[in-house]
Write a protein that binds this ligand. Structure first.
Ligand code: GLA
Length: 730
């Protein structure tokens, strides 16, 4: 009787707090438009994942799932834990490992309560409270579901009330569990400078495959956190079950993909715990970064399109907005410029027809002039020698030329040859007793230090205060963290990798509070840093210093799985041997820019570029906000083809690129379009035709049915290497 009364009172208390009290074998179902993630609280109060897949028609069916599996003995009962603790009965890879204040290393997590609330239109948030029955440690698992786009974000908060510090030895964001009979195909990426986003696909075998980064700052140089897992067999563009996922974190990450003894897949992702035990004080809350994922039952294209829509709606700064075209001077001048030269380039920007001129590296440093990459990072004073009249005169010239003015900075870094380094040695990340190691001749500032955060914020703030009309920032980050050691963190050294990133976010948050809209490019010595936490502050990112357009077809193709076109900065440069048309056509499938000497362009090339920029501006909203279809892969085909259709469905653009130079290569067959309405008619017209050249596709009207069933031949081959087709509903 007493027991019943106790349960009753507890239940009333929970209900008053909006929480659901425990019932035996309780089901917690998180649903999106097509999928359901179903958790179950077992009789030992553990929360396990029992289903992640297509939504079932009847909710009551979820109860019957577990009974259909006869996979063997789970000695722990938690192979499928929603957040696997360690040190007690767990035998597999944990999501969380802690060392308590008294030195004990065990943890159990038991269900206390859960609640689901609306977090916006079509967005629900489920919060599950877990507690250790022995130690005062509390974990909250958050699951945010974006219904329309089938996207889920998952993360946790960790808190304790122990006397002293608790050390978090591992503190993942999410712990997924997929049933699959040992048939999982992992597609992941590796890279290096100028070779970012190289895909590799392999079937996962038993044991753990780890994707990770330990570079600290430009964490994605060797590997980004994004990946795909196909279930049953490798998914194609339009067929197959595939999970896309990534971590919203701009530092070290780690994703464990473990095929367990039952042949199921456990995915545990979060901040990399390597050299990163986190010391957590009593009653402080540690919030892990969000891990996003989406499951598609219709192949990779569907996953991408959901992801792009979600990213533009919720994640990317000004994701629903416009983007600017620009002329950058990096490859045109490198460090060798002065005011006269730059004013000439500003005039060239106008002549070319772009929206903005972007001044790159080399404009600062007096005691230690920035004439190459060995000096001056940290000394953000305008070079008196190169620019005696300051930045202001350039901004004014730009305005007079009716173009915007943007500027490059690399504010997280310091050159040993700089006043900053000499005056604030304690602001630099380096081991006091070891020789310094440099990456591109520079070191990283300690962003865990609030004074350094103020300094980095000040770099941007001062630029805007002095030049309120500044219209664009390119934020670079060229060095990794060697010799990780912070003067600021004293005894908590292993907090550095994490506190660096949260310090960076604090700075970016301050910048965005004061300057909410100014477009900023996230650059990292090429594509060393991009994720959906950073893109909250940036309008676009630099995918690679490799701008060879043939390489770019492949790179941009791979990035496009995870990031929409408006975020992918793509510049026409002198890399590669292809004609200007090919280079421009390739850059147009992303966010178009130029980094060339306009004066070196022939009359025809210039006229072509001017027209292409006009075409791009006219089609901008379709490329930036439209729905993307990857029609034909550059891998294994002579030509690649990508298409965008605007949300009204009345305008599209199809980009076609030759990627094979061998005899007789080209589009021998038509390429089928997608995303049109079968019953409507569309005019197909070639644009970006080089002056004086004949079109290779004659303007004509086709039904949507024809274009999608038969397709159109863009007539791309070894001499006609790229063709852009505009599709207009008539
Ligand atoms: C990095 C960037 C380049 C350029 C240089 C300047 O390498 O990726 O685009 O800005 O720095 O030093």
């Amino acid at each position: 009787m007493k027991k019943i009364r106790k349960y009753y009172y507890t239940a009333v208390l929970f209900l008053l707090a909006g929480l659901t009290p425990l019932a035996a074998q309780q089901i917690i179902a998180v649903k999106t438009k097509n999928n359901a993630l179903v958790l179950q609280v077992n009789s030992a109060k553990e929360v396990n994942t029992i289903y992640f897949g297509e939504k079932l028609a009847n909710d009551t069916d979820y109860d019957k799932i577990a009974g259909q599996y006869h996979q063997g003995n789970d000695y722990t009962g938690i192979y499928n834990s929603v957040y696997t603790p360690s040190g007690s009965k767990n035998l597999l890879e944990p999501a969380i490992t802690v060392t308590h204040a008294d030195g004990n290393t065990s943890l159990d997590l038991h269900y206390v309560a859960h609640k689901t609330t609306q977090a916006g239109e079509g967005v629900s948030q489920t919060e599950i409270t877990l507690k250790d029955p022995v130690y005062p440690v509390e974990v909250h698992v958050f699951i945010t579901a974006y219904f329309e786009n089938d996207i889920i974000e998952q993360w946790t908060t960790i808190k304790h009330a122990e006397k002293g510090m608790v050390t978090l030895n591992k503190y993942a964001s999410a712990n997924l569990y997929l049933k699959g009979n040992n048939n999982f195909w992992l597609n992941h990426y590796h890279g290096e400078w100028a070779k970012e986003m190289q895909p590799e696909e392999a079937r996962l075998t038993h044991g753990i495959k780890v994707l990770d980064s330990k570079l600290g700052t430009r964490a994605n140089l060797f590997m980004p956190s994004v990946f795909m897992v196909s279930l049953e067999k490798p998914a194609t563009e339009d067929e197959g079950k595939v999970l896309f996922a990534g971590l919203e974190w701009s530092g070290n990450f780690r994703t464990d993909l473990e095929v367990d003894p039952f042949n199921n897949l456990r995915i545990i992702s979060g901040i990399n715990n390597a050299a990163a035990d986190y010391k957590l004080a009593k009653n402080e809350t540690f919030t892990t970064p969000k891990f996003w994922y989406t499951l598609s039952n219709k192949g990779k294209g569907f996953a991408s399109r959901n992801l792009h829509d979600w990213a533009r709606n919720y994640k990317i700064l000004d994701g629903k907005g416009q983007r600017v075209t620009l002329l950058n001077n990096w490859e045109a001048t490198y460090f060798d410029f002065d005011e006269t030269k730059l004013k000439g380039l500003i005039a060239d920007s106008k002549n070319l027809g772009v929206d903005l001129f972007l001044l790159d590296d080399g404009w600062f440093g007096n005691t230690y002039p920035r004439n190459d990459d060995t000096a001056a990072l940290g000394d953000w004073d305008v070079s008196k020698k190169k620019l005696p009249n300051g930045i202001g005169t350039l901004v004014k010239t730009a305005i007079d030329n009716k173009v915007g003015f943007g500027i490059w900075i690399e504010p997280e870094m310091v050159s040993p040859s700089s006043n900053l380094y000499k005056n604030h040695p304690d602001w630099v990340i380096k081991q006091p007793e070891r020789p310094e190691h440099y990456f591109r001749n520079q070191l990283v500032l300690d962003l865990s230090n609030p004074k350094v955060q103020d300094f980095v914020f000040g770099v941007v703030d001062q630029l805007f205060t002095e030049n309120p009309e500044l219209a664009y920032i390119k934020w670079d980050c060229n060095a990794v963290i060697y010799n990780a050691y912070s003067k600021n963190l004293k005894a908590n050294q292993s907090n550095l990798y994490t506190d660096y990133v949260t310090g960076l976010y604090k700075v970016l948050e301050r910048i965005r509070t004061k300057y909410p809209k100014v477009p900023m490019m996230l650059c990292s010595g090429g594509g060393g840093r991009v994720d959906y936490a950073a893109l909250k502050y940036f309008t676009e990112f630099w995918p690679s210093d490799n701008t060879d357009p043939l390489e770019r077809v492949f790179l941009q193709w791979e990035y496009s799985y995870f990031y929409p076109a408006l975020t992918l900065s793509a510049h026409v440069t002198d890399w590669g041997k292809q004609p200007i048309k090919y280079r421009t056509d390739v850059a147009m499938m992303g966010k178009l820019g130029f980094d060339i000497v306009v004066k070196h362009l022939s009359e025809g090339d210039l006229a072509f570029c001017q027209q292409a920029i006009k075409n791009y501006s006219a089609l901008g909203s379709t490329i930036w906000q439209g729905t993307q279809y990857r029609l034909q892969s550059p891998w294994g085909n002579d030509a690649a083809s990508v298409m965008y259709v605007n949300k009204n469905g009345n305008e599209g653009v199809m980009f076609n690129y030759s990627v094979n130079n061998r005899y007789d290569s080209g589009t021998h067959n038509p390429i089928k379009l997608k995303g049109l309405e079968a019953g409507k008619n569309y005019q197909v017209e070639e644009i970006n035709v080089y002056p004086g050249k004949k079109t290779s596709v004659t303007t004509a009207v086709f039904s949507g049915d024809f274009l999608m069933q038969v397709g159109i031949n863009p007539n791309v081959n070894t001499t006609n290497t790229s063709v852009v087709l505009k599709i207009t509903r008539v």
